[in-house]
Structure formats: C-alpha cells, structure tokens
Design a protein. Sequence first.
Length: 747
Amino acid sequence: MFGLAVRSLRHRKGAFVAAFAATMLGAAIVMACGGLMETGIRTAVPPRQLAGADVVVAGEQRYDIPGTDESALLPERVRLDDDLVATVAAVDGVASAEGRVLDAPAPAGTVDAIAVAAEPGVGAGELRGRIDAALDGAPATALTGDDRGLAEVLPARAGSEDLIALAGVFGGWATMVSMFGVASMLALSIQQRGRELALLRSAGATPGQLRRMVLGETLLLWLLATAAALVPGRFLGEFLFERMTDAGVVPAGIEFRQGWIPVVAAVGAALVAAVGGALIAGRRAAAVRPTQALTEAALDTRGMSPWRWLFGMLALSGGIALGVVTVTVMSGPLTSSTAGPAVILWAIGMALLSPVLIRALTALLQWPVRAAGGVSGHLAVLNTRGRTSRTAAVVAPIIMLTGIATGTLYLQSTEDAANRDAFARGLVADAVVTSAEPVGPGLVDRLAGLPGVAGASALVRSTGFVESPHDGSQSDEGWTLQGVTAAGAAATTPVTAVDGALTGLTGSTVALAADHARSLGVGLGDELTLRLGDGAAATVRVAATFDAADDYDTLLLPADLLAPHTTAGEAHEVLVAAEGDPDAVVAAVEELAAAAPGLAVAGRTALFDDYGSQQRTLAFANYTVVIMIVAYAAITVINVLSASTGARRREFGLQRLTGATRAQVMRMVGAEGVLVAALGIALGTLASVATLVPFSLARADSLTPSGSPLIYLGVVATALALTLGATLLPARQALRRRAAEAATAAD
C-alpha cells in the first residue's frame, strides 16, 4: 500500500503541496521557539573585557527568599570585597588574579569582578572547582567559558529568564495552533479523497489497508516537510531573537543558540500532528461500509466525530474557566496571563465545533446573501449548506485568524491604556533633571528654591526584599525601592501620609503603605530588615506609613541610603513638582540647567514618552506572538481554500456543461467566499469577545476594550481579502480548462 500511497500523492499535487506547506511551517515555528528557549537556558554571553581571563569570579546574583522556596535575581551588581583578590590569588593553579572595575564608580574597598589566569597545564574547569572551594561561604561564584560574560552583562540572567518564559508561552501556544493547522489540513486532504477511498473499499481493499495507505502518505509527507523545515526554522529563530534584542526585550551580548533538542521537539510535534490528523480523518473512511462510503463521498452526509466533539467542548470549557478566573481572581498586569490563553482556547473550540455552528449561522446569513447575490448567492448558500464538512474545514483557519488576532491586539491595547492611566495617576513630578555627575544636596536645594516649585527630590530606583518580619506572601519580584529626599518626598510621590511624615526619611528609615505595614505587623518606630538590590542587608526604622493606589508596591528610603547599593552607586536624577503653572516651572528649571554643564531637563510629556517607550518594549512579545500565529493562520487559510477550490474542477465543468458561463461560476464562487469569510469572521469575533469582556472588566472596569476600531476593521479586511484571494484565483485557474475535460476529470 505504500507504493499506492506514493502514486496517489503524485496525482494530487495541490493537496500535497498545501499539506506539505502547513507541516513545514508548523515545524519551523516550533523549531524557532525551541531555539529561543535553548538560548535562554544556555545564556551564552561571550566575554569582551574579561576575554583574556580563564576564570572570572563575580558576586552571586541569586538570592534565596527567606520563608519561601523561591529565589530571585538581584537587580544591582553584587560587588566583592577586594580582600577576596588575595584569597583567589593564593589558590593552587592560579597564575594571577586581578580585581576589575566594570561599572564605575565602585565603592572603596570593593571590585566588580576578579579576572583569573591559570598556570600552564591547569584546565579552567579544574581551576574553577578549586576557586569555588576557596570561596566557600562568600557571596561569590566562579565562571568559565561563555558564562564569563555574565559578569559583564549584568541584565543577561534576568533577560534569559524572561526569554525562557516568553519562548515557553509563545512556543506552547504556537505549537498547539500549528498542530491544529496541520491536522486540519490533512483532514481536509483525506476528506476530499472520500470518493477515491470509497472506490478502493468497493474494489476489495480492507480497512487496515486503507489506514496503512493513509499513514504511509502522511509519514512520507512528514519526512519531507520536517527536512525542509530545518533551515527556515533556524533562520526564523535567529530573526525573532534579533528583533527581541533590537527591541530591548533581550539584553545585547547574549548569543543565539539552537542545537539538536529544538529540532527533535519540532520533528516530534509535527509527527504527532500529522499522524494524529491522518488517523482521526482516515479512521471513518476506512471503517464505514463501501456503499455508505460512496454515498457520503457524494453527498457529504458525515456528522462530527466523537473526538471532535470532545476536544471542542474541552477547549471551550477551558476558555470559559480562564474567563471566570480572569474576572474574579486576576488583577493588574497579571490579568493578561489568563486572558491570552483563553482567546486561543476559544478560537480552537469554535473551529472544532464549526460544523455545528455554521449550520445555524448559515441559516441567518442566507437571506442577505441570496438577496445581494441573486442566483449566484442562492447557489453559494446551497453549496455551503450541502458541504458542511468542507465548509467547516475552510472556516476553521479564518476563525483562528480573526479570533486570535482581534483578541490579542485588543488585549495589548487595553493593557497599554490601563498601564498608562496608572502611570498618569502616579506621576506627580512635572519635570525630571538628569545629571552627568552625582546629584548632591546643593542641586536639590537650588531646584526646590525656584519660584513656583512645590518640592524637589533626588530619585534612585531599585528592587529589594523584606527579610523580617515577613508574611509569607512576598514574590520573587520583590518590592520596588525608591530613594527620595526627605524635604521633597511628599510633593514628588503619589502618597498621603497616615502616620508620621515623609520628612522623617533620613538615616536608616523607611516609609511604606499602611496596608503593607498591617500585613507585616509593623507600625511607626518598628524595624524592618531589608535585602537591598546588591545583596546587602539593611535594618531600617519605619518613619511613616501612607495611603496610595492599590498597585503601589513601593518602599520609600532616603536616597543617600539606597544609592550606594545600586550599580550606578549614586543618584543622577531629581524630580521637580510644580505648585502652580507647570510650564513656568519647567522653563525655570531649564534656565537653571542651561547655566550648569551636565544637566538635562525633561518635562511631563517626555516622561510619558519615556514610559511609552518602555511599554512598547514590553508589548513586543505579544505582538510577536500575534504576527507569528496570525501569519501561520493566514497561510493555512490560503492553503485550505486553494486546495478546496482547486478540487472542484469537475463540479465547475459540469456547471458549465449545463449552461453556466465562466463569469456566472466566478460570481457563485465569489459569493461563497464572502459567505465563508462572514461565517469565520463571526465565529472568530465571538471567540475574541468571550475573552475581551472579562479581561476589560478586570483590567479597566469596562465591558469594552480600549483601542481603535481600525484594529478590528483591519483584521476583518485581512481575513476577507485572504479568503476571496485564495478562493477566486484557484477557481479562475480551474475554469481555464475546457468544460468537457474538467467534467470528466477526477475529483
């Protein structure tokens, strides 16, 4: 039967090419995502400044959070005592050890890293083990190979974790969508051959022989398609990685790595999709009686299989469950973590159940189609209703395209609007002054003394952790730490003091939200032990508690306490708040800055622009997911519709023999394309609405998402254009054959 399978493929080039393209592209996408994940896991950062060192000793950036089983990456450089240089130099096999300053200025008595040269004959791995033993108990780690670059590119570890998470989410859903597309394409290909398979049964072929033939075709297709995906899969992974680096999602310095594991994963996923689709689609064709098979092939009377019902209902149930969780449990930026998967599950569920759903929708849409299309519209409705299985196969990718694109794009626009509103509520300052030199009290006082200024405060940003007391709820993201100047803190931060006063933020003190203080069981005058961004411990006294927005997870500290524990080591920004006219204050600040070299001033608009730039970087991941999945769905639309329309040559020939002209057939096909597009767009829109309503309620307290209507119109226009193009062009090609020749051709 394998030889028969090969000969069958030779005579069905259109269906073979469509299924081949779907399988190859699906494997390439999975391979690219696997390469991104492997890159994040390996975190290969070839050293530059430290390239001459065999071993690099750097501070241990990972911090174990007390009271939890979690760990976190410290955001600031963990520096080493310069006494460790002598300790490392004394290790057997070390030729030299030199302290390096990578991020100037380093506090006195510390170094950023230690560059170690090995004695001749001593391997880097062996020397690393000896150094680790000598450093036992010190907050330091020895690095070799490409890991040495981690000491130079501090954000690399955090960036690699983000890349792993992004690749995992993107890869998981892209794999599901691509496997669904491959299975659908193969199912359509086998469905179009119903008459051929029925004739084989009538000629004496057993169900087992038919299943083996279908499986043989599928395995040959899978082998060729996955082999063809090897090169584009790697280039696609590199392309995505470069775009992520350009957008700032991945720190510069990390190199792309893609070995054999992503290839195996992609090949395996394609095999599961191909074989699963072939077995499910071919099972019924091989199991029914020959006479029944011929009847079904001619009339398309088959219903939905139990498996399709099961998986369709499971997908919809998952979408409903995630929607409930979104609106009842999630809040803040985490809301999209459940809404994003929900829209994909809704789209897949609608696509799987489309044979049932399109019957009801066709009944609603048939009247306008018949009214607008006349005889052509009437025939289009009859063809759509009479070939439910074929219609469902071509509607499914349109549902995926419309649902995922609309849902994800509006999820991102709503998230952007919510974040921007939160930023606006928390933005008290009207100007920010950036200084090339460290900010001293003199500059802050001069700015605070300008006419119309309500207050000025140095600004230092970092992240830290509350070690004690703790309530067990602290996440690996920690707390936002903001260093301020006591006199200007009240005017430049979006808080209102409840107990104490922000003017008390001097020395080793802290101010925190009143509800956070209650959860920690502390009040005015009590002490907290903090782990700052560079790993240093600090015991601070509560100088004030305040009221703020629910998502304001910030601890306020004196700037001169926090700044030495940041990578920069000093404050370089000053926030200025106006008491009266903001424009006049900004002008006064700019005049002061013009007389002092090294100062730059940005107004409130520039602060929004800077925030918008950060948001665009964060949104890159979502848009990448949309582009990739929608592109795959679009290609699937083209493949499915082209194969489906091209297989109707005999039908078109018979219509022309009964008196229909080429133009009449084309009008009928065009009306079918509009109807099919309307069915897919309607169901895809329903899938997106089922996700966007709970998300908008949870994130923006609104039933409707934020964003321009042009987003939806663009998606609809794209789906309609793809549908009509992939329908009319193959139909025009099929109509070039003579009617008698087409009517006697095989299906």
